[in-house]
Design a protein around this ligand. Structure first.
Ligand code: PMP
Length: 549
């Protein structure tokens, strides 16, 4: 009897294994081999990394340079520091505010790789305040002018002057009503019609941020498919909501999320086979660096950062993905919060030639005010069940469709059809690719180990020779009056009001900054490969962990 039971359970286990093991293997094979593909492992490793800092002399000697090089670096650093510290009013207010401002404490800590962070924060303080903008020029509290390459996290597509107008126009139009919520300003009707036409979708819903629009897209996909899992791709950002951010940055596991490799046949095979996947989320910005995280300078420990746009290949991938999703009953969500209106008037969908089931927008669409929008086919957007009245998919938000935001978004959408804006879109891709080539040629001609890669107005800086100090470039750029966001050289975002003259200024300043950095010895060639550098960084962390420093 016992024997028979054992045999039976063995057979059952065998049957389960025959069914599950290949599926599990297929899933493993569809993950990107790097840490971006293994969110849990990355998080576990992150928990083990101890703090270690390069202090004093060691700060300039991480790659064991000759003394003459270290001395060049030290004097260059002292010169930069003196120049940075001249911004007295801006820095005083920044220092005073930081004490109580958690946001600023976080961003200023992660501008550069952590072993260098404290010394850099003290010697090269970056002011957090600006008083005014004039086209792409920002003025700090000390009257210093900076050319704005931050793009306001992607919001600034048409230039600050454009958004000053859309906000003023929106405020004037909504002013009679005031901040009345729960009922709509009449401009909402036209806004909805324009969004439906532009996205080619049936219905629209309003939210307060890109993060919330994505949350709602995923929730609706789960509601309509009756499936729980979501697929996102390695490295892709979709806001800071827990389920789209498994691993580092999220204190709890995102158990329903599968992180798979992008541009991978194995991923398509998993999607075609599994029956528990509700939706696939795509951030088309990843076309510039598939499967890699947003290229922040805090990760720039070596020169391995890579970026190359292959528009045709990425478009092909998206179309194959859409086809697979369609066949498997999976909802394809194109997250256009960043790329919407930026890559083309109709966003990445138009640029790469793909049609999703749901599409999210945000950032620039608010005409300078905070917004998130979801557009989709009617059957996916419905939040109730005609046959089961209590079965609903709940989503609300106090400030959704705020009259001022809707009126500013309406001003934005109306301007999209103006001849001036049409002219900006006309030939945009080629114009910005040509500008990237111009900068690259200048850098190459000057013998500098720096290049840029571009997805229209979204640029990332790459480094051609192994080095531990590439992140210093963001400070040399700032010293030449080029403002980058806290992620540094990983993300340069242009607004379309950069004309040829302004762009030539950027090129001149960029090359000057890189040349000064070269002259100050930071790119001295140690002969280390990127791999050597990474290993040595890991060894240093290990030594600290074992208390041998
Ligand atoms: N999705 C994408 C593709 C984004 O780039 C962002 C913001 N960087 C978000 C979602 C989140 O938007 P928000 O910051 O407005 O919540």
């Amino acid at each position: 009897m016992v024997q028979r039971l054992l045999l039976l359970s063995g057979a059952l286990l065998g049957a389960v294994a025959v069914k599950c093991v290949p599926a599990r293997l297929a899933l493993s094979r569809a993950k990107h081999p790097g840490l971006t593909g293994h969110a849990r492992v990355a998080k576990r490793l992150a928990g083990l990394v101890p703090n270690h800092e390069y202090d004093g002399a060691a700060f300039f000697r991480a790659d064991a340079p000759p003394e003459v090089i270290a001395a060049q670096r030290e004097s260059g650093f002292a010169r930069l520091s003196a120049s940075f510290k001249q911004r007295e009013k801006t820095l005083a207010l920044t220092a005073e505010t930081r004490v109580h401002l958690a946001d600023l404490q976080f961003t200023s800590r992660y501008r550069v790789p952590y072993p260098f962070s404290r010394v850099v924060r003290e010697a090269l303080p970056v002011g957090a305040f600006v008083a005014s903008s004039d086209g792409p020029v920002l003025h700090d509290l000390d009257g210093n002018a900076l050319l704005d390459l931050t793009g306001s996290y992607g919001v600034n597509l048409f230039g600050h002057e454009f958004y000053k107008q859309t906000i003023a126009e929106g405020a004037a139009a909504a002013g009679e009503l005031g901040p009345v919520l729960g009922q709509y300003h009449p401009l909402l009707a036209d806004t909805v019609a324009r969004l439906a036409a532009l996205s080619g979708m049936d219905e629209v819903s309003f939210h307060m941020s890109g993060t919330e629009a994505v949350m709602q897209a995923v929730r609706l996909a789960q509601y309509h498919t009756g499936r729980a899992r979501m697929v996102r791709f390695a490295g892709a950002y979709h806001g800071w909501w827990g389920d789209v951010q498994p691993g580092i940055g999220n204190p709890v596991p995102a158990d329903r999320t599968l992180t798979l490799a992008e541009m991978s046949e194995r991923t398509l095979a998993v999607l075609a086979r599994r029956r528990d996947i509700a939706c696939v989320l795509v951030n088309p910005l990843q076309a510039l660096h598939p499967n890699a995280p947003a290229p922040a300078d805090s990760h720039l420990v070596d020169s391995a950062r890579a970026a190359v746009l292959d528009q045709a290949a990425y478009g092909e991938w998206l179309r194959a993905l859409a086809e697979t999703c369609r066949e498997a009953g999976i909802v394809l969500i194109l997250d256009e919060v960043f790329t919407g209106f930026r890559l083309a008037k109709r966003g990445a969908g138009e640029y790469f030639g793909v049609r999703p089931d749901l599409v999210t927008y945000g950032k620039t669409l608010g005409g300078g005010l905070p917004i998130g929008v979801l557009c989709g086919r009617a059957e996916l957007m419905r939040r109730f069940n005609e046959q089961r009245p209590v079965d609903i998919c709940f989503a609300r938000g106090t400030f959704n469709a705020h009259p001022y935001v809707i009126a500013a978004a309406n001003a934005f959408l109306r301007r999209l059809d103006s001849p001036e804006i049409e002219a900006l879109y006309d030939g945009m891709d080629e114009r910005w690719a040509e500008r990237a080539r111009t900068l690259n040629t200048s850098l190459q001609d000057a013998g500098l180990p720096v290049r840029v890669a571009a997805l229209t107005t979204i640029w990332t800086v790459t480094y051609t020779r192994p080095s531990r100090y590439n992140w210093m470039l963001q400070y040399y750029l700032r010293n030449e009056g080029l403002a980058l966001s806290w992620v540094g050289t990983g993300r340069i975002i242009f607004s379309l009001d950069y004309d040829d003259a302004r762009f030539a200024e950027v090129v001149a300043r960029f090359v000057r900054a890189a040349r000064t950095m070269q002259e100050d010895g930071w790119w001295w060639n140690s002969g280390e490969s990127n791999r050597d550098i990474r290993r040595s960084v890991m060894r240093a962390a290990l030594r600290t962990r074992l208390g041998r420093n």
